[in-house]
Design a binder for this molecule. Structure first.
Ligand code: FAD
Ligand code: SF4
Length: 500
């Protein structure tokens, strides 16, 4: 067979089949339908299998991307899953929500000439197939005597828990909300990430023997110190995220009808607010909704508002479309669905009626000045440009802060913005306590949180005196895989494969 080059691969990236905008705004069904087998085979052929593999270095968890794509080319989808499972527990989730354009696809060699290989869509294809076929990687591992507590069941906590369970530790996750998943469950709406996909991939973690205790707010029911001194845990990982909302501090924020995007999305995703009165949590949006901000959270809040029946949904953003921080795909989907974008505008006051309900916003027009610290051009108010904007609900999506409770109830060193200080191995200022994900970095991404959770698991193994991955790699040269399992991921001496 002729060697693949940029000249003989399919030139066009295989489009993702999606549901039509008019149909999808009526419900929460998934917008992107996913590749068929034929789509996946065509797209996989676009990978040049280049020896330098920059895409692997661009992936925060180092997935062997040409390796799994080669299996797709060979129609060996189970083999593709096995390669993915070496590095990630959540391929169907990450294939859907990772910002691949800034990671693996951003450095794909094909992207120098054509559109890059659709690595995320291929990952999702394999992840979905694994769920449909019931493939998993259960390994029963020799237990050790160590107990580890994980605080927060988001991607960071889940990834850390899975690696430690594989290493033989007894792992308990404590989660404040009534369902695990963190932002995956309570933030990202079902039309982007359906709950059955989350449940299916999390089941694999539970099957490793991880215990998940929901409705437990650590710092209120018990502290990190009690986990260590009274509850017998040898190490603790903190993955509590950055879900504390930001407001602007302008007049009118206490009016009825002002919400944070996190509160709004949590009420809708986790408490089925859209299905009131069949569920207990109402959300009364009124006719016209304004969302302040234009990041991915803002896109989600606007698209959910539309699906809950708001007649008009507006985005108010102080910069222009070119600076919009959302993923291009999410912005395009929002535009297709009829969200109305008001670029270069910022609110200065929320206006209320005599019942203390929102009736509108007072805003200023902006223009772009010199770049600020983020490199984006700074918005500058235009003198005399004030105008009023009528609306019934205002939703803030201008970023979030560290969840504060753990910081307030422990002696952990925090930075000036309240995030936990951790080193490159996710060690905190307290011996035996590790932290990672958004609670360390500030709001970031699912895959970065997972990567931090896995690094922390590695450091916890070292702290507990369990052999680290690096030692195994040295002591077992040339035999890094056994039964399709990467030995560097485990410290166990004996692996028994359960039926899969
Ligand atoms: P989280 O996911 O926030 O999980 C933390 C968990 O800890 C939560 O379940 C919380 O309830 C729990 N917790 C907090 N305090 C306590 C306590 N004291 N005791 C017990 N439990 C506690 N990233 C992407 O890559 N792609 C996307 O498309 C994307 N979309 C997003 C959409 C929205 C609306 C939001 C808000 C974020 C989005 N992100 C996206 C960002 C991404 O979801 C986060 O970066 C990621 O979830 C961080 O993972 P984490 O484990 O650090 O924290
Ligand atoms: Fe394939 Fe692109 Fe990775 Fe090269 S960089 S191996 S073309 S996915």
């Amino acid at each position: 067979m002729a060697r693949k080059t940029i000249r003989n691969i399919p030139r066009e990236r295989t489009a993702m089949p999606t549901r039509a905008p008019a149909e999808r705004i009526r419900n929460f069904d998934e917008v992107a339908i996913g590749y068929s087998v034929d789509d996946a085979l065509v797209e996989a052929e676009r990978c040049l299998m280049c020896p330098q593999q920059p895409c692997v270095a661009g992936c925060p968890v180092g997935i062997d991307i040409p390796g799994f794509i080669q299996h797709i080319c060979d129609k060996d989808f189970r083999g593709a899953y096995e390669v993915l499972a070496d590095s990630t527990l959540l391929p169907a989730i990450c294939g859907r929500v990772c910002p691949q354009e800034d990671q693996c696809e951003g450095v794909c060699v094909v992207g120098d000439h054509l559109e890059p290989v659709a690595i995320g869509r291929l990952e999702r294809f394999v992840g979905d197939r694994a769920i449909a076929e019931g493939w998993n990687r259960p390994a029963v591992i020799e237990a050790n005597r160590f107990k580890v507590a994980i605080i927060g069941a988001g991607p960071a906590g889940i990834a850390c828990a899975a690696d430690l369970a594989k290493a033989g530790c007894e792992v308990t996750i404590y989660e404040a909300l009534h369902r695990p998943g963190g932002v995956l469950t309570y933030g990202i709406p079902e039309f982007r990430l359906p709950n059955p996909v989350i449940d299916a991939e999390f089941r694999a973690v539970i099957e490793l023997g991880v215990k998940v205790e929901c409705n437990i707010l650590v710092g209120r029911l018990f502290t990190i110190r009690q986990l260590r001194d009274e509850m017998g845990f040898d190490a603790v990982f903190v993955g509590t995220g950055a879900g504390y909302p930001s407001f602007m501090g302008i007049p009118g924020e206490a009016l009825n009808g002002v919400l944070s995007a996190n509160e709004f999305l949590t009420r809708c995703n986790l408490m089925q607010a859209g299905d009131f009165p069949h569920h207990d949590t109402p959300v009364d949006l009124g006719r016209k909704v304004v969302v302040i901000g234009a990041g991915i959270t803002a896109m989600d809040a606007m698209r959910v508002s539309l699906r809950l029946g708001a007649a008009e949904v507006h985005c108010l953003y102080r910069r222009s479309r070119a600076e919009c921080p959302a993923r291009a795909e999410e912005l395009e989907h929002a535009e297709e669905e009829g969200i109305l974008f008001n670029w270069l505008a910022a609110p200065v006051e929320i206006l209320g009626d005599s019942d203390h309900k929102v009736r509108g916003l007072r805003c200023l027009r902006m223009e772009l000045g010199e770049p600020d610290d983020s490199g984006r051009r700074r918005p500058v108010p235009v003198a005399g440009s004030e105008f009023e904007f009528e609306c019934d609900t205002v939703i803030y999506a201008i970023g979030t802060n560290a969840n504060p409770i753990i910081g307030q109830t422990s002696n952990l060193e925090l930075n000036r913005r309240g995030y936990i200080v951790a080193d490159g191995d996710q060690r905190t200022s307290l011996a035996g306590v590790f932290a990672g994900g958004d609670i360390v970095t500030g709001a970031a991404t699912v895959i970065l949180a997972m990567g931090a959770g896995r690094r922390a698991a590695q450091a916890i193994r070292a702290y507990l005196g369990l052999r680290s991955g690096a030692e195994l790699a040295v002591s077992d040269p040339g035999r890094s895989r056994a039964f399709g399992i990467d030995r560097r991921q485990r410290r166990h001496s004996r692996v028994r494969l359960a039926a899969s």
